[in-house]
Design a binder for this molecule. Sequence first.
Ligand code: FAD
Length: 442
Amino acid sequence: MSRVTVVGGGLAGCEAAFQLARRGHDVTLHEQKPLARTPAQTGDGLAELVCSNSMRGASLGNAVGLLKEELRRAGSLVMAVADLTRVPAGGALAVDRERFSAEMTARVRAEPRITVTASVVETIPSERPVIIATGPLTGDALAAELARVIGAEKLAYYDAIAPIVSAESIDWSRVFKQSRYDKGDDGDDEAYVNCPFDEQGYLAFVAELAAAAKVVPRDFEKIRYFEGCLPIEVMAERGPRTLSFGPMKPVGLTDPRTGRRPWAVVQLRPEDAHATAYNLVGFQTRMTFTEQARVLRMIPGLEQAEFFRYGSVHRNTFVDAPRILDEAMQLRAATGVFLAGQITGVEGYVESAAGGFVAALLLADRLAGRPLSPPPPATALASLASHLRRETKDFQPSNVTWAHFPPLEDASLKKRERYDAMAARALVELGPWAAARLAERG
Ligand SMILES: Cc1cc2nc3c(=O)[nH]c(=O)nc-3n(C[C@H](O)[C@H](O)[C@H](O)COP(=O)(O)OP(=O)(O)OC[C@H]3O[C@@H](n4cnc5c(N)ncnc54)[C@H](O)[C@@H]3O)c2cc1C
């Protein structure tokens, strides 16, 4: 059996180390605590939940609920400990964060094949294979080395996430499909959906954007915004016309119902190959989620919008996964160097744990000299991974959402029934795969 190095004892790193150890590999887990902490950490345990104690929705009708159930059935350590340390939280799975971290620390340290080492890793270790799972606040020296290996433009220090709405919640009678000057990305002149504003509606919308409550950044998050990537409310605060000369500019567009150029538009771009969801182009925002739900529903056509994801802007170290990682989560530029967790461009506690889980299983396949056995396509595990392979102009991190799943053949189902059917389909596919993967463990 092999020796594997894992850097970062967070959710992804602990999950990966545990899965590899249980498959007979010796693991050295480097964690910087207690020598150093990221600005968001307050404790010295492994797998610290740095903010909310919630792992979000528990029901299977919820994409992250399904992801949790798949992890549970496939033998995830994070899920076993989350269930053990659960506290009441209505429809969500929330945990006692101190107990969660303490139990994770105890279980990882109790694994005979895992050695936990306190060290601040500043360069990619020469021992290979190595999984780097240092998370959204990866130390500067290691991030700089990563940037050197993959190319500085392939590593981001902030995310700037635009909201995503479900296609079926758009009022299609109020919007029109058209690309600027009828030129789409791939020759498709109807690649974009436009939500047209008149002058009065636009000015009211901009006023609400400027006045809406925003998430207050933590000290270390005082962000130096790039001019090309400003949150919409920052633009709204600069003056009433700034947005209509920026992401809401109507140039090159003609509303077929009026035959005229709208005063301003919000453009929507399909988020997935089947156009089941759309993102609001250039609409990264720090408005609170409640305010996003209120203010963004002022956009013509989005009055009843269902948000798959809200916008955000965070300090977040992540790579351009579709361009720099292969199907095993290995750097194309450095053999034997794998990434896992939030640094790959997944977002959230459960998604990061899932990233560590899948990276470890694929590495175990390689070490055993057998073909890779990734999770079956209809599962949440596979759907989340598909986000990391979807090349876009501006790759941004994402939670797991239903938009990442392959659509059902039966398109007639209503939303709730559809999600239930997608979850049922996923668990059926997961069953034999999870059983085979559990059987590999000692
Ligand atoms: C301020 C903030 C708030 C967040 N709030 C939430 C939330 O409420 N809900 C949610 O789902 N997600 C939240 N996230 C995202 C969350 O961080 C991730 O979902 C999750 O923790 C990522 O897991 P990970 O294992 O990839 O990284 P982490 O959990 O961050 O683990 C990385 C580990 O690597 C260690 N490390 C870093 N650099 C080095 C180094 N050079 N050498 C050795 N060790 C190193 C760190 O100490 C850490 O233990 C938040 C993120 C931040 C920054």
